[in-house]
Ligand binder design. Structure first.
Ligand SMILES: O=C(O)C(=O)Cc1ccccc1
Length: 278
């Protein structure tokens, strides 16, 4: 049975989304929790898992930086699918809690509920941990005067009470998850539509980034997102994450364009061509 790694422990948004994608692809993967997103991605790189399913961007809070930073490493994985997933956050308490002096969760979940916290618990200490379910488990294990922001399922798993439901600031709170594997595979009949490229552009020459953007424009390839992260090779060096629409781009057209783009880059990695499941 193939192993799918996700950010644990049991009850995370990642696990719920991974279970959905498992059914959607009519697979029988064994879902295994890892202590961090970095660890889940490296499990595939090291061959301990066949796939991993990790969040990459949230509609309220933006990029999941640990995911981008890990993808930048010298690892050769492919994106096989993207899932756009509605995230629902609840405020969870251990039975008998009378005061909420601490609110604990994953940084993305805390950010998604920032206004709610400010309005209702402005004095509470905010504690960031590795995942929402980890926060729920800490509350269940006896962290005093604390409430976790986590999924309904976490509440059930860790036997917590729901003090408040649907507390995200904007009701349309979606997260993009990606399914990564060792190779590009067709796991569903859904048509691939998008390609993610990661590259470091030579910033010492004027107009390098502009040149890359023009190469896509000249090839009639629509760019839907560009994001930069520090390259970690010195201040002012950046790595770019570029998403392009490739549903109507031929393999030959893409190959030629990437060849031209590559000449302007110190390195370029094609993360693959994948469908988007909504
Ligand atoms: O901590 C979790 O439950 C996760 O799966 C990470 C996450 C956190 C907030 C929104 C989406 C994913």
């Amino acid at each position: 049975m193939a192993i799918l790694a996700f950010l644990g422990p049991h009850g995370t948004h990642s696990e719920e989304a991974a279970a959905y994608i498992n059914d959607f692809c009519k697979q029988d993967w064994s879902l295994q929790p890892y202590r961090g997103i970095h660890e889940a991605i490296y499990a595939v790189h090291n061959g301990d898992a066949d796939y991993c399913f990790v969040p990459i961007e949230n509609s309220i809070e933006g990029s999941v930086r640990i995911t981008l930073d890990t993808l930048m490493d010298d690892i050769d994985l492919k994106i096989n699918m993207e899932l756009i997933w509605q995230v629902h956050n609840q405020l969870l308490l251990k039975k008998g809690t009378t005061a909420i002096k601490k609110i604990i969760s994953h940084p993305q979940a805390l950010a998604q509920c920032r206004k709610y916290i400010q309005k209702n618990y402005s004095q509470a200490e905010i504690i960031e941990v590795v995942s929402t379910a980890h926060a729920a488990k800490m509350v269940a294990d006896g962290l005093p005067d604390a409430a976790a922001i986590a999924s309904k399922r976490s509440g059930q798993i860790y036997n917590l009470q729901t003090a408040d439901a649907e507390i995200q600031d904007i009701s349309d709170n979606v997260t993009r998850f990606i399914l990564l594997g060792k190779k590009q595979e067709i796991l569903h009949k859904e048509k691939p539509v998008k390609t993610l490229l990661i590259c470091q552009i030579d910033g010492s020459k004027a107009g390098s980034l502009c040149g890359v953007l023009n190469d896509f424009a000249n090839s009639d390839i629509n760019m839907t997102r560009i994001e930069s992260r520090p390259a970690r090779t010195g201040l002012g060096n950046y790595v770019f994450f570029i998403e392009i629409e490739t549903a109507n781009v031929s393999e030959e057209q893409l190959r030629k364009t990437l060849q031209i783009v590559q000449e302007k880059c110190l390195w370029l990695k094609n993360m693959g061509y994948f469908p988007i499941i909504k």
